[in-house]
Write a protein that binds this ligand. Structure first.
Ligand SMILES: C[S@@+](CC[C@H](N)C(=O)[O-])C[C@H]1O[C@@H](n2cnc3c(N)ncnc32)[C@H](O)[C@@H]1O
Length: 300
C-alpha cells in the first residue's frame, strides 16, 4: 500500500497490486521541483518550467495550481530525501510500510530515484547515478539476442539497461512485492512493466532458481543487496544454481560492492571469486568500475 500523506503518519491510502504502470494523472514533486515553483511564485510569475516526472521531461505549468499549497511546497523543499506525488487531491510520499520501510529518494535533477529499504540504500549514488551504474553492469553481460536472467529486480534499472542492449528476453526475480509496488509508481521504472520481453517473478531467488531448466540462459546479472542483508545470495550453493541454469560459455556479472574494505581491510570480492571458481566458473575477474565480478561457464 502506498503511501503516506504529506504531513501525517496515518495509514497508507493507495493500493496498487497488478503491477501495471499506473502513474497517468500523477505528478511527482521533489525538492528541486518545489524550489523551482516557489522561486517562480516569489518572482510573481504566472508560469514555470518544471519537471513533474522526476526529471524525465519538462513541462510548462501555471504557478496557480489547486493540487498543492505554498505550505506543501515548503515542506517538500525542506525534505531533500523524499519524493512526493499528487493523487486524488492528496499529496503522498513515495514511501511504503510493509515488513520493512521502503522509500524512493532523489539522486539528482535528471537521474532516477534510489530505493531505500529500512534506511539502507539499494543503489549507488556517490560519483555515479543509479541508471549509469545499471548500464555499466548490463554492458558486462547483456548482448543482442541474449536470453537473460536477472536476480534482484529492485526498481528495474538493470532490467531496463539490459533491454537497451537488445536482449531477446529477460526473466527478473524480486522477492519483495513492496519493492515492486514502489517501482510501479516510479516513472523511471515504467519499461519494467510495459516491455513484453520482461517477465517479473515475485519470489525468493534462492528457492525459485532450482525450478528453472538447466542450461537455459545466455547470461545472468546478479545484483543482490549488500552481503550483511542477503548472505544467502553469496553462497557457493547459490552460485552452483546459477552455474546450472547458464548455457556453456554463458556469463555471470555479480555485483558485490566493497563493504568493509575501507575500514576493516576485508576483501569480500576475493571470497566471492573463490566460491565461483569452486563451483566451476572460469575467467573469474574483478570489474572495479562496476564494483563486481565477471565469470564465465566453460564452453563445451
Ligand atoms: C540492490 S537491489 C537491486 C537493484 C536493481 N537491480 C535495480 O536496478 O533497481 C536488491 C533487491 O534484491 C531484492 N532481494 C533481496 N533478497 C532477494 C532474494 N533472495 N530473491 C530475490 N530478490 C531479493 C531486494 O528486495 C532488493 O529489491
Amino acid at each position: 500500500m502506498l503511501s503516506h500523506p504529506i504531513d501525517s503518519t496515518q495509514e497508507p491510502t493507495y493500493n496498487y497490486t497488478d503491477w501495471k504502470y499506473p502513474t497517468c494523472g500523477m505528478r511527482f514533486i521533489d525538492y528541486h521541483a518545489a524550489e523551482t515553483i516557489l522561486a517562480a511564485l516569489e518572482d510573481n510569475l504566472d508560469e514555470v518550467e518544471v519537471s513533474l516526472d522526476l526529471g524525465l521531461s519538462m513541462s510548462r505549468i501555471s504557478t496557480h495550481q489547486k493540487d498543492w499549497t505554498v505550505e506543501d511546497l515548503e515542506k517538500i523543499a525542506a525534505d531533500k530525501d523524499s519524493i512526493y506525488f499528487t493523487r486524488e487531491n492528496q499529496i503522498l510520499k513515495a514511501a511504503l510500510s510493509g515488513r520493512r520501510f521502503y522509500k524512493l529518494m532523489p539522486t539528482g535533477l535528471h537521474s532516477p530515484p534510489a530505493l531505500l529499504i529500512d534506511g539502507v540504500l539499494m543503489h549507488r549514488m556517490k560519483s555515479i547515478d543509479p541508471m549509469s551504474d545499471a548500464r555499466s553492469k548490463a554492458n558486462l553481460c547483456a548482448q543482442q539476442g541474449s536470453k537473460m536472467l536477472e536476480i534482484c529486480t529492485g526498481l528495474g534499472y538493470s532490467t531496463i539497461a539490459c533491454l537497451d542492449k537488445n536482449v531477446s528476453d529477460i526473466v527478473t526475480i524480486e522477492r519483495d512485492e513492496n519493492v515492486l509496488e514502489l517501482a510501479s509508481i516510479n516513472p523511471w521504472s515504467k519499461r519494467l512493466f510495459e516491455d513484453d520481453r520482461v517477465k517479473i517473478v515475485n519470489a525468493d531467488a534462492v528457492e525459485e532458481i532450482v525450478s528453472f531448466e538447466e542450461v537455459s540462459f545466455d547470461a545472468v546479472l546478479h545484483d543482490p543487496p549488500r552481503f550483511s542483508m542477503s548472505s544467502d545470495l553469496y553462497t557457493a550453493e547459490f552460485y552452483a544454481s546459477i552455474f546450472r541454469v547458464l548455457k556453456p560459455g554463458g556469463v555471470l556479472f555479480h555485483y558485490v560492492g566493497t563493504p568493509g574494505s575501507k575500514y576493516r581491510g576485508k576483501d569480500l570480492q576475493k571470497g566471492v571469486m573463490k566460491r565461483l571458481r569452486s563451483v566451476g566458473f572460469e575467467k573469474v575477474e574483478r570489474k572495479p568500475k562496476a564494483l563486481g565480478v565477471l565469470a564465465r561457464k566453460p564452453p563445451v
